[in-house]
Design a binder for this molecule. Structure first.
Ligand SMILES: NC(=O)c1ccc[n+]([C@@H]2O[C@H](COP(=O)([O-])OP(=O)(O)OC[C@H]3O[C@@H](n4cnc5c(N)ncnc54)[C@H](O)[C@@H]3O)[C@@H](O)[C@H]2O)c1
Length: 435
C-alpha cells in the first residue's frame, strides 16, 4: 500500500518513517522546500533519538521518499495522512489554516477514491468540516472518506512511542476506511496494541482530554509543591507515595518549572476555547493554565531568593528545551525564564546539549552568552539554574562546579540533585517543593 504524509515535522516524519518500517511505501510531503531538500540529502531537521537511523534505513530500502509535490504524492497513495501544525491562534483556539490549506490542495488534486487520515490534533468537529470542505471544492467527482487518527507520540521518545503505542485511536464513519487504516497498523494489531474504534468526534476529544488531563496532573503537583515549601513537607516523597496508588499513578507527578512543549499549552488553550464556544466554560483547565504561567516565574523568584537582586549578577541556565532528548523549545519555560532574568539585570549564560540553535531562532535579539559546556556556563556565576533534566546534568562534577562559581547557589527546578549531597559540597540549594 502507498501512503502519503502531508507535513513532515515531528509527527509527519516519525509517522512516515514508522509506517515505512511497517513495510508500506511512504511519500512524505512538505511545503518547506529547504526541509525536503535536507531530508533528501539524509539530514534530519531536528533532534529525536533513533529517528535518523529509522529514516536512513527506510530510505535505503526504497520505502521512504520526500517531495514538495503534493499532487504526485497523493496520486500514488490510497491513504493520505495530514500531519500539519495546528498552533494556537491569538484567542487560544486552534489555528486551522494549515489544515484548510491542505484540504483545498487535496480537493484540487484528488483523482480517485482516497482515505484522508487526520493525525494533527484538531478540535472536535474539524474532521466533519474537513470532509465538507473537500467535497465542496473537489475538482473531480471522486469519493473521499475521512478518518481521525490522533497521534500520542512524545518528543524525546517519539520513535519508540510510534512503534509501541499504548493505544491506536481510529475514528470514522466508513467501515471500509476504518479497515484500511487498521490494516496500516497491522504490525501493532498483531502485537496486541489496544485499538479504539470510534466516531470522529470521540476520537478528536480523546486526544484533547488526554493532554488536558496530563497537564492537569503537572499543575496539580506544582501547586502541592509550592504548598509543601511553605509547610515544611517534601513533595518528592509526597508524589512518590501518591503515585504508588494505582488510581493515581506515578507519571506526570514531577514538580518543575511548568509544562511547555508544542502540545500541552496549545491543546489546553484550544479545549478551553471549545468549552467556551459550547457554552460550557472549563474552569478546571483555566486554573491549570494559570498555575502553569505562575510556575514559570518560580525559577526567577527562587534565583532571587538565593542571590538577592539580580542586577549585575551572572546567572548560568542549564537546559533550554522543554524536556530532555529534544531540540524543541516551543513554549519551553526557558523562553520566559531567561528573558525575565535578563530583564531583571542579570548577565545570563546558557547551555543546552542540542537546543541552543532553536532557542536563538526563537529569541534572536536576546542578549545572552551561549556556552559550549555546563562548566563554561557556570564559570564565575552567582547562581546556576537547572531548567531541563538532561542526563548529562545529573553527572556534573559538582565539586569543580562549586569551585568555579562566584557564589555556590543552585536552583534545581527538576529536583535532580540530592539536597543533602549538594549542601555538603557547600552549595546553597533550592529545589521545587522541598522545604
Ligand atoms: N510534536 C508532538 O510531539 C506532537 C504529538 C502529537 C500530536 N501532535 C500534533 O501533530 C500536529 C503536527 O505537529 P508537529 O509538531 O509535527 O508540527 P511541525 O510544525 O513540526 O510540522 C508541521 C509541518 O507541516 C508543514 N506544512 C504546513 N502546511 C503544509 C502544507 N500545506 N503542505 C505541506 N506541508 C505543510 C510545515 O512546513 C511543517 O514542516 C499538530 O497538530 C500537533 O498538535 C504533535
Amino acid at each position: 500500500m502507498h501512503v502519503a504524509v502531508i507535513g513532515t515535522g515531528y509527527v509527519g516524519l516519525v509517522s512516515g518513517a514508522g509506517m515505512a518500517d511497517f513495510g508500506l511505501r511512504v511519500i512524505c510531503v512538505d511545503k518547506d522546500a529547504g526541509k525536503i531538500k535536507a531530508l533528501q540529502r539524509g539530514r534530519i531537521p531536528f533532534y529525536e533519538p533513533g529517528l535518523e537511523e529509522l529514516v536512513h534505513k527506510n530510505v535505503k530500502a526504497g520505502r521512504l521518499t520526500f517531495t514538495t509535490d503534493l499532487k504526485e504524492a497523493v496520486r500514488q497513495a490510497l491513504t493520505v495522512f495530514i500531519c500539519v501544525g495546528t498552533p494556537s491562534a491569538p484567542d487560544g483556539s486552534a489555528d486551522l489554516s494549515q489544515i484548510r490549506e491542505v484540504a483545498l490542495s487535496l480537493a484540487e488534486v484528488l483523482d480517485d477514491y482516497k482515505v484522508v487520515v487526520t493525525k494533527s490534533t484538531v478540535p472536535v468537529g474539524t474532521n466533519r468540516w474537513l470532509k465538507h470542505l473537500i467535497d465542496q471544492h473537489k475538482k473531480n467527482n471522486v469519493a473521499v472518506d475521512i478518518i481521525s487518527n490522533p497521534e500520542f507520540l512524545r518528543e524525546g521518545s517519539a520513535v519508540e512511542d510510534f512503534m509501541h503505542p499504548d493505544r491506536v485511536v481510529i475514528g470514522g464513519e466508513s467501515a471500509y476506511a476504518i479497515a484500511i487504516v487498521k490494516d496500516i497498523y497491522r504490525p501493532l494489531y498483531l502485537a496486541e496494541t489496544p485499538f479504539i474504534i470510534t466516531d470522529l468526534e470521540t476520537a478528536e476529544m480523546i486526544k484533547y482530554a488526554s493532554n488536558a488531563f496530563l497537564a492537569t496532573k503537572v499543575s496539580f503537583i506544582n501547586e502541592i509543591a509550592n504548598l509543601c515549601e511553605r509547610m515544611g513537607a517534601d513533595v518528592t516523597v509526597v508524589a512518590r507515595a501518591m503515585g504508588l496508588d494505582p488510581r493515581i499513578g506515578r507519571k506526570f507527578l514531577n514538580p518543575g518549572p511548568g509544562f511547555g512543549g508544542s502540545c500541552f499549552p496549545k491543546d489546553v488553550k484550544a479545549l478551553i476555547h471549545q468549552g467556551r464556544k459550547s457554552g460550557y466554560p472549563l474552569r478546571l483547565l483555566e486554573a491549570v493554565l494559570e498555575v502553569n504561567e505562575r510556575q514559570k516565574y518560580r525559577a526567577v523568584e527562587k534565583t532571587e531568593e538565593l542571590c538577592g537582586a539580580l542586577k549585575g549578577k551572572v546567572i548560568a541556565v542549564l537546559g533550554l528545551s522543554f524536556k530532555p532528548d529534544t531540540s524543541d523549545v516551543r513554549e519551553a519555560p526557558s523562553l520566559l525564564v531567561v528573558p525575565e532574568l535578563v530583564k531583571r539585570g542579570a548577565k545570563v549564560r546558557v547551555y543546552d546539549p542540542v537546543a541552543m540553535e532553536e532557542f536563538k531562532r526563537w529569541l534572536p535579539q536576546l542578549k545572552v552568552e551561549y556556552a559550549k559546556t555546563p562548566l563554561e556556563a557556570a564559570q564565575g556565576a552567582h547562581a546556576l539554574v537547572l531548567l531541563t533534566e538532561w542526563n548529562e546534568f545529573r553527572f556534573l562534577e559538582l565539586q569543580k562546579l562549586r569551585e568555579i562559581m562566584a557564589e555556590p547557589n543552585l536552583v534545581d527546578m527538576r529536583n535532580i540533585y540530592e539536597p543533602e549531597v549538594v549542601k555538603r559540597l557547600g552549595f546553597r540549594y533550592t529545589g521545587v517543593g522541598r522545604s
